[in-house]
Each structure stands twice: as structure tokens, then as C-alpha cells.
Design a protein around this ligand. Structure first.
Ligand code: LLP
Length: 431
């Protein structure tokens, strides 16, 4: 099985976090998102402890909540004492309504409107991660109007591409995010930030991409960033106290992906970053990291019910399920790989090559092509593993399909965190 929270019961049904998936499908209906709460908590602690153990006691992870956002996940993050990264007022509002301390929220994004900035300041946002000069001036102006001094860090593009999928690589110079060191824009940003009296500059942020399994790209990014911080110190006499290394450690979607130990990876980064700072004679800053998928991806699983098995002889075996690109658009968008199980018959040897098709009126609505599973029949439950990140958060109502509910699996039992959308929800905003 792909990960330790996926097992098979004596009667051959798939268990997730020790829960019987077929029973959960009967209880809550399908499609259904499941989340292993204990694994999420374990991961949050792993990052938090590693950052404080290997960097400094004020170093802390920020959960990149674009990966999976609903009130419950912010409650869990608050209970585990980690910060969160929000990229919209929608995420910020969700965190706020969940009782998450907004002072521990970092507001990202490359286009924050004046309304966004006002809303975030009124809610007491901890820090803006400033993308560009226009935004910097806007935050200063609004902070002045509100009579406050706003904490900010600047997003800098270090010019590194760790060669992941083009659409999820963000650290290169031509990226739409941040201010590039290479072009001098990052230095202009620092000069402006230091000159504006309603801003308190704490340091810098970079994010080089997603689904990175090695520590080296983070070390390379840190090297570039520390040398930038040294130059900034020389030029402006300003010593940054915070360095945010972004998100991006990878997760295991298929058997071929490596199993990585996040604590060990963070230790590897820490050892090298400390050396870099020592060599540059620069005080070790507070290190922040923004894991998204590595906190929630393999804590998630999606269940579907099979509607038909259609064999086009000499071509493809389609197994059609009652969800698809509306609950998981990642294969349609990025051809992302997933591991699929026939949850009703998970003990049996996989004997059938199938393409798992969604129900939308679109040929590209596929969950996965040519996966090996035990041959299913109508009514069987199909489970797709590692769907905790960028599935629910990227779900849509295309074809007016209702979004599935989110069920948490905890040590106290299973419970609903997000309800299933109803047909009336679908038309709720229509006038
Ligand atoms: N920090 C920043 C500034 C980011 O842009 C991202 C992801 C993260 C942190 C979290 O990265 P993670 O640890 O989750 O890899 N929709 C795509 C992913 C887009 C990621 C965008 N930024 C997908 O489904 O793969």
C-alpha cells in the first residue's frame, strides 16, 4: 500500500486511517473526501519541532492553506500552534471565522486590491508578504490611514527553477511573483520599504516551486537569499531578521515517488543554512517555511462509486465514477499521477487496466489513465489516495455538479467538517 494509513481489512475492504472506506461511503455517500486528522497533526508537529530544533525557537511553519482550506483545518493549525499562509480574503475570512489568531496569518498573493488590504488590516493580519512596489505603497498608504505600522516581508525571486511542472514552478526570474534580485527590482523594493514610515520590514520570502523531494534546492535558494541579505546590509545598513524559504517538499502520489522524512530534510537544510550564515558572517535569521501539500496530501483520500465499466475493445477500459474533474482537476490540468484502489475488493491482486473517468461532459475529465486495479463492477467503491491537497480547494461546480463533503477521521471517530453541497446550494446565488 502507498502509505502507512492505507491498509486492507480481513474481508478485503480498504481501510483508511483504520476506518472502513466502504462503510464510510455508505454512511456519507459518494463522492467523499476523507481526511486523516491524526496524520495532519503529526505532520504539523514534525515541521514545527524540526524548525525549532534545528533553526531557532522562534522559527515556525506556516501552513499554506491554499492546499486545503475550510474552518476545521484552521482550528487544527491553531491547536497545533503553527502559523498559516493565506492568499485571499476568502482564506483569511475562513481562518478568522474558525477563531484562528489573525496575527499569525501571512497574507500572500501577487495582486492584493485596496479592499483586500483594508479588510486584512481591519482583521489584524500579522504580516503581508509584499509582491511588488505598487502593493508596497498601497499597504503603507492604508496603514497610515488606519494609524498603524504594518509588518511586512518582501517576496523576492531568487532565480532558481527546481524543474518541477512549469505551472507550479515559481522561483525563476520571469515568474509573475515577487521582485527579482537579478534585475535589481528586489533592491528597489527594500529601499522603498525602508523609506516608508508605516511599514516595518522584517525580511524576505522566496518560494521556488512545489513537489521538491531533495533539500538541495532549498539550500541553493537560501544561499542566494543570504547573499542578497548581505548585499542589502551593505547597501542600506539593514539586517533582516526573517527568511521565509517557501513551501514545496514533495509528497508520495505513486509507488515510484520517494518516501521522504521531513524532519531529516529540514535538518539537512538547517545544517547548510547555518554554515552559509557563518561564512557570510550574517546572524542566523528566524526561518519560516510554508508547507502546503506535505501537511495534508497523504492525509486525504477520495471515494467514488462506480457507475459503469465500458470496454472499448483494443482501446480503453473506462471505469466511470460519480465525481471527476469537479472534485479533482489535477489530472486534467497537470496529468498528475495518483494511486487508485478498488476499495470494495482491495485484498485481491489488481488484474485490470482501467481509465478512471469522471462524469462531466468533457473528454479530458479523467482521474487517471491506465491504472491497474481489481476489476470493478457497478456499485463498487473506488478510492483515490493522496487527494488531501489541491483537490477540495480546487473543486468547482462545472456542469453544476455539487461539491462533495469533507469527513475527518480522528481518534474519537469520524465527523463531518464540510457538508455536501445541495442542489439548492447550487442555485443559491442565482437571482
Ligand atoms: N508558498 C507559496 C508562496 C506557494 O506559492 C505555494 C504553492 C506554497 C507555499 C505551498 O506549496 P506546497 O508545499 O503545497 O507544494 N495547484 C497546484 C499547486 C500550486 C502551488 C502553488 N503554490 C497543484 O495542484 O499541484
Amino acid at each position: 500500500m502507498l502509505s502507512k494509513n492505507i491498509t486492507v481489512s480481513a474481508d478485503g475492504t480498504l481501510l483508511f486511517a483504520g476506518f472502513n472506506t466502504v462503510e464510510l461511503a455508505n454512511k456519507y455517500g459518494t463522492p467523499l473526501y476523507l481526511f486523516d486528522e491524526e496524520l495532519i497533526r503529526e505532520r504539523m508537529r514534525e515541521y514545527k519541532n524540526a524548525l525549532t530544533d534545528f533553526f531557532s525557537t522562534d522559527s515556525v511553519p506556516e501552513y499554506a492553506s491554499k492546499a486545503f482550506s475550510c474552518k476545521r483545518i484552521y482550528e487544527i493549525a491553531a491547536e497545533e500552534g503553527i502559523n498559516v499562509d493565506v492568499v485571499s480574503v476568502g482564506e483569511l475570512y475562513t481562518a478568522y471565522k474558525a477563531g484562528f489568531p489573525t496575527g499569525n496569518c501571512f497574507f500572500h498573493g501577487n495582486n492584493k486590491t485596496d479592499e483586500d488590504i483594508i479588510f486584512a488590516i481591519e482583521l489584524g493580519i500579522g504580516c503581508f508578504v509584499v509582491d511588488n512596489l505598487d502593493e508596497l505603497y498601497a499597504i503603507n498608504r492604508i496603514a497610515e490611514e488606519k494609524g498603524i505600522c504594518q509588518n511586512v516581508i518582501l517576496r523576492v525571486t531568487p532565480g532558481i527553477d527546481p524543474h518541477t511542472h512549469k505551472k507550479i514552478s515559481t522561483g525563476s526570474v520571469e515568474s509573475k511573483f515577487g521582485m527579482a534580485i537579478e534585475t535589481g527590482d528586489a533592491f528597489n523594493g527594500v529601499e522603498a520599504a525602508l523609506s516608508l514610515s508605516n511599514l516595518k520590514l522584517h525580511g524576505f520570502h522566496c518560494h521556488i516551486g512545489s513537489q521538491i523531494f531533495e533539500s538541495q534546492p532549498f539550500v541553493t535558494a537560501a544561499e542566494v537569499m543570504v547573499s542578497f541579505m548581505v548585499d542589502v546590509k551593505k547597501m542600506f545598513g539593514y539586517t533582516a531578521d526573517t527568511l521565509n524559504l517557501g513551501g514545496g517538499f514533495g509528497v508520495r502520489y505513486v509507488e515510484n515517488d520517494p518516501i521522504i522524512n521531513y524532519r531529516e530534510r529540514i535538518e539537512e537544510v538547517a545544517v547548510k543554512v547555518k554554515k552559509i550564515c557563518e561564512n557570510e558572517n550574517f546572524p542566523l535569521p528566524r526561518i519560516l517555511m510554508e508547507p502546503g501539500r506535505s501537511l495534508v496530501a497523504d492525509a486525504g483520500m477520495t471515494l467514488y462509486t462506480v457507475g459503469s465499466v465500458k470496454e472499448i475493445e483494443g482501446y480503453t477500459n473506462y471505469v466511470s465514477v460519480d465525481g471527476g474533474m469537479t472534485d479533482n482537476p489535477r489530472y486534467a490540468l497537470y496529468e498528475s499521477e495518483y494511486t487508485v484502489y478498488n476499495a470494495s475488493n482491495a485484498g485481491a491482486e489488481p488484474d485490470y487496466v482501467a481509465t478512471i473517468a469522471g462524469r462531466c461532459c468533457e473528454s479530458g475529465d479523467l482521474i487517471q489513465e491506465n491504472v491497474k486495479i481489481k476489476k470493478p463492477c457497478r456499485g463498487d467503491i473506488i478510492a483515490v489516495a493522496t487527494t488531501g491537497a489541491y483537490n477540495y480547494s480546487m473543486a468547482s461546480n462545472y456542469n453544476r455538479v455539487a461539491r462533495p463533503p469533507v469527513v475527518m477521521l480522528s481518534k474519537d471517530g469520524d465527523y463531518l467538517a464540510v457538508k455536501r453541497e445541495t442542489l439548492d446550494d447550487i442555485i443559491a446565488l442565482d437571482v
